[in-house]
Design a protein around this ligand. Structure first.
Ligand code: ADP
Length: 880
């Protein structure tokens, strides 16, 4: 036996064989016919269509051999498949390759073999078509040619077999894929429409049928236009034709949002994607072109979009209502804005918004904004009254009443048959749908809104959706109420303030006129008493005592008037302090000048302990601080024990100066402390011989508070009291010598021999007399009195006196007007003016100085000071 070497391409050959899928297949008559033809044509006992695989030769057709296959080893076919041409063994016994193989040496005693290789389409020898005989034989050329032809035929049959299998496979695959596509199309969630090039509907899947409300028979073979709204349907044919001729695309291959038409006529928003189905055929014929449209129902998307849009609109309304409420409220447009917004948001025809108020113990609705529901003149007037807040709704059983009085949400989508509504008056606009919603705040119905005649039914979803609107309305109603309350309060305050101002003005007017009325006679009393006391002829002792008494009582009265006026001025808010850095030591020195005499009189030791506060600058009002110190010191002296002590102490405490006035006096009982600062309360001192008005401490505390500090007291009965207060420290300045002893020198200067002319304009004869008495002491001057400013002005122009004394409170032209005229007239402008007035107000003093007066004397004035000033002015005139 000879082992035959396998070719290098054996593996590919085997693959080509397997690819044919012929091995172990059923017998095929086509092959069998071929082998039979060969057996009879060549007259051989055995003919095979043999396919040679790795280990065996398998027979697709066999004649003369029973076995369906035989081992490849030792086979003739193994040799034949490796050859490129006809392989012939004429006598196997003579061929050493086969002589000893079993089929030659044994049954079936093969002697002759002729095998032609059969090739696969890709050129590999996969088997043989062979003739086998038991006698040695030769094949003529023609026989060999015939054998080759038969082998070619067998090859063709192999190819056919292969194609048949491929076809079957393809058919199977395409059936499966068709079934799959059909299933996909039918069960697709999207609607699928198949049409031909003329627009005829070929198929509509279930989804499309459901979406558009049709049965298949109602649409098949019809034009697809029936599924489109008018505006698209009219153009569709043209569009389809244009696409097929020019390829111009609108929807095909693009996809866009359009509307489909439901069988019931409604329009459905859809996304439509159309593609042309590519298949063989005559593409120029419209019928053979096919288009598939995929419709995605966008109703949910559109609804979501609409919801989102609504949410956004609602948010915009709420945002504007909340952020702009002030502007809207002040322009009275808030409710109008909310009503309009409500109408729009709910697509309603009518809307109203109102606030619940309480009228005669029952809830009533005050309309803030309402759509016009009037239908004639009387109802128009009624609506106007409702809008203007002149009329309220109070029926608790009406559709509105159930909301604002009952606190219920009332919803009706069939108002015409709703028994709750009752009959509307004739002419009233018809209401179909109605929704009334209470606006509740902390369990209380504070308002309501109602809407009517929306295009769609009202429902719970809408009520829920409107909840933020409802809460915003609650908030705005509360704000509105608060603002109204505030406005009312401000108005009341204004009325109260006006009243207080009026009464304060009346009080001030009263006090200033009273002070004028009191000061004028007092001026005369004190003036004459002073003249009497200081007269050239000495008085008898008794007379002197009486004069002193007049002077004491007069100055007590004057004190009282001054203090009461001061207090009244502070209380009416007319007193202003000017806080500025002032030298504390200087104020103290001046104060001591005033109270020292009192202390000496009472035999009281007066000590000042400055403790490092010398030359301190404190923030205070100079005059008011002096007033406070005088008051505390004089009290400490007055209410002291015999030969007692008063200590004025100033201490630095961080950035403040602590000032205390302590005495060794009678002290104040604890139970009286609370009354200490009450005006006119003298705590029993009125029964003693100590002079006082009971106003000083009240005034002192008020002045202290005006200066942003306060007075504190500590006292022990029988031991003494300490009154103290603090002032802010500004700085400690470098030492500056105090010149408290400076005395005006002009007072004593002798005037020239020539008499000076002085004009006194004063309507009060007593005051004129007083002034004449004063001038009788001034040898160098001569006084002339006139009763009115008008007369005074004339004399001033004609005689040009050296000095004019002007009463301010004159009948007719007052002193200031006269002063202005004198200063503006070149004939009189140089004449110095002195104002003498019953008023002691700071404003009057300021006005006088602004007009150029040389001085301002409040009645009752200090005679000495006035006389000195007069002499000084006259001597200045002389030196000109
Ligand atoms: P008055 O003009 O009576 O002194 P004040 O308002 O100054 O009025 O004081 C009110 C009252 O407080 C005094 O009448 C007196 O009874 C009491 N008082 C004031 N200062 C002292 C003090 N230093 N010691 C004891 N009592 C005082």
């Amino acid at each position: 036996m000879l082992d035959m070497p396998l070719e290098d391409t054996e593996a590919q050959r085997l693959a080509a064989l397997r690819n044919l899928q012929i091995l172990d297949t059923e017998a095929d008559p086509a092959f069998d016919n071929l082998t039979q033809v060969a057996a009879s044509l060549f007259n051989v006992p055995m003919v095979l269509v043999s396919l040679v695989d790795e280990h065996r030769q398998w027979f697709k057709s066999r004649i003369g051999i029973l076995a369906p296959q035989l081992p490849r080893q030792d086979s003739f076919c193994s040799y034949a498949v490796q050859s490129d041409k006809l392989f012939i063994v004429e006598n196997a016994l003579l061929d050493p390759r086969f002589a000893h193989t079993p089929f030659v040496s044994g049954s079936p005693h093969i002697r002759f073999y002729a095998g032609m290789p059969i090739r696969s389409e890709d050129g590999f020898n996969v088997g043989t078509f062979c003739l086998i005989g038991t006698e040695p034989r030769q094949l003529s050329d023609i026989e060999q040619h015939h054998l080759i032809l038969l082998a070619r035929q067998a090859e063709q049959l192999l190819y056919l077999h292969y194609r048949t299998i491929q076809l079957a496979l393809q058919t199977q695959q395409s059936t499966a894929s068709n079934a799959r596509y059909a299933a996909i199309i039918e069960s697709a969630a999207a609607g699928i429409v198949r049409i031909d090039g003329r627009g005829r509907i070929l198929q509509l899947n279930d989804s499309a049928l459901r979406m558009l409300g049709y049965q298949p028979e109602e649409v098949l073979e019809k034009n697809v236009k029936m599924l489109m709204p008018e505006r698209w349907a009219t153009q569709h044919d043209e569009y389809l034709a244009a696409y097929q001729t020019t390829g111009e695309k609108h929807v095909i291959g693009i996809g866009r949002e359009v509307a489909a038409q439901h069988k019931d006529g409604t329009q459905i928003p859809v996304h439509l994607a159309v593609s042309e189905v590519q298949h063989q055929g005559d593409l120029t014929a419209s019928e053979s072109r096919e288009f598939i449209g995929i419709l995605s129902d966008l109703r949910a998307v559109a609804a979501a979009r609409e919801r989102e849009q609504q949410e956004r609109s609602l948010l915009q309304v709420l945002h504007r209502g909340l952020t702009d409420y002030h502007a809207l409220l002040s322009g009275n447009t808030l409710w109008q804005f909310l009503k309009e917004a409500l109408k729009e948001l709910t697509q309603s025809e009518y809307a109203l918004i109102g606030e619940v108020i309480c009228r005669e113990g029952s809830p009533a609705l005050k309309i803030h904004a309402i759509s016009d529901l009037s239908w004639n003149e009387p109802t128009r007037q009624l609506m106007q009254k409702l809008r203007d807040g002149e009329m309220f709704l109070s029926n608790p059983d009406s559709m509105l009443g159930q909301v604002f009085a009952g606190g219920q949400t009332v919803l009706s989508n069939n108002m015409l048959d709703d028994s709750r509504g009752g009959a509307l008056p004739k002419g009233h606009p018809v209401l179909h749908r109605y929704l009334g919603v209470p606006i509740i705040d902390r369990g209380e119905v504070i308002g309501m809104y109602a809407i009517a005649n929306a295009q769609q039914d009202y429902d719970d979803v809408l009520i829920d959706w409107l909840k933020p609107f409802t809460s915003t309305c609650a908030l705005l109603i509360n704000l509105y109420r608060q603002i109204n309350e505030q406005e009312r309060f401000t108005e009341e305050l204004k009325v109260a303030r006006d009243l207080a101002e009026r009464s304060s003005k009346a009080k001030t007017d009263f006090l200033s006129s009273m002070s004028h009325e009191l000061r004028t006679p007092l001026n005369a009393i004190l003036g004459f008493a002073q003249l009497l006391g200081n007269g050239k002829q000495p008085l008898a002792e008794r007379q002197q005592r009486q004069v002193d008494q007049i002077l004491r009582s007069g100055s007590h009265l004057l004190n009282l008037i001054n203090e009461v006026l001061d207090l009244a001025r502070i209380e009416s808010g007319h007193t202003q302090v000017s806080l500025e850095p002032i030298n504390l030591q200087e104020v103290i020195e001046e104060t001591l000048e005033i109270v020292r005499a009192l202390a000496v009189n009472q035999n009281i030791g007066l000590q000042v302990q400055l403790e490092g506060t010398q030359n301190c600058l404190v923030e205070a009002d100079y005059t008011r601080l002096k007033q406070i110190l005088i008051n505390l010191l004089s009290n400490a002296i007055k209410y002291n024990r015999l030969a007692g002590t008063v200590i004025l102490r100033c201490q630095l405490r961080e950035n403040r100066v602590h000032i205390s006035v302590s005495d060794t006096g009678i002290g104040i009982a604890a139970e009286q402390m609370s009354m200490l600062f009450e005006p006119f309360n003298r705590l029993g001192a009125q029964n003693s011989s100590i002079e006082g008005t009971g106003v000083g401490l009240a005034l002192t505390r008020k002045l202290a508070r005006l200066m942003q500090t306060d007075i504190f007291v500590e006292s022990t009965v029988g031991e003494g009291s300490v009154f103290c207060f603090e002032l802010p420290l500004v700085s400690i300045s470098s030492a500056r010598p105090l010149d408290t002893a400076a005395v005006p020198e002009s007072a004593t200067r002798e005037s020239a021999a020539k008499k000076h002319q002085v004009l006194y304009i004063e309507d009060n004869p007593e005051n004129q007399r007083l002034m004449q008495d004063i001038f009788s002491e001034i040898a160098t001057a001569q006084l002339r009195c006139v009763c009115s400013a008008e007369a005074g002005f004339e004399i001033a122009c004609s005689e040009q006196p050296h000095l004019i004394l002007l009463d301010i409170d004159l009948p007719g032209m007052n002193g200031f007007q006269a002063g202005r005229m004198l200063k503006n007239n070149p004939l009189t402008s140089k004449i110095p003016l002195l104002a003498i007035s019953a008023s002691c107000s700071a404003e009057d003093q300021q006005q006088a100085s602004a007009l150029g007066f040389a001085g301002f004397y409040s009645k009752p004035f200090n005679l000495h000071a006035l006389a000195e000033h007069i002499q000084q002015l006259l001597s200045e005139q002389e030196s000109l």
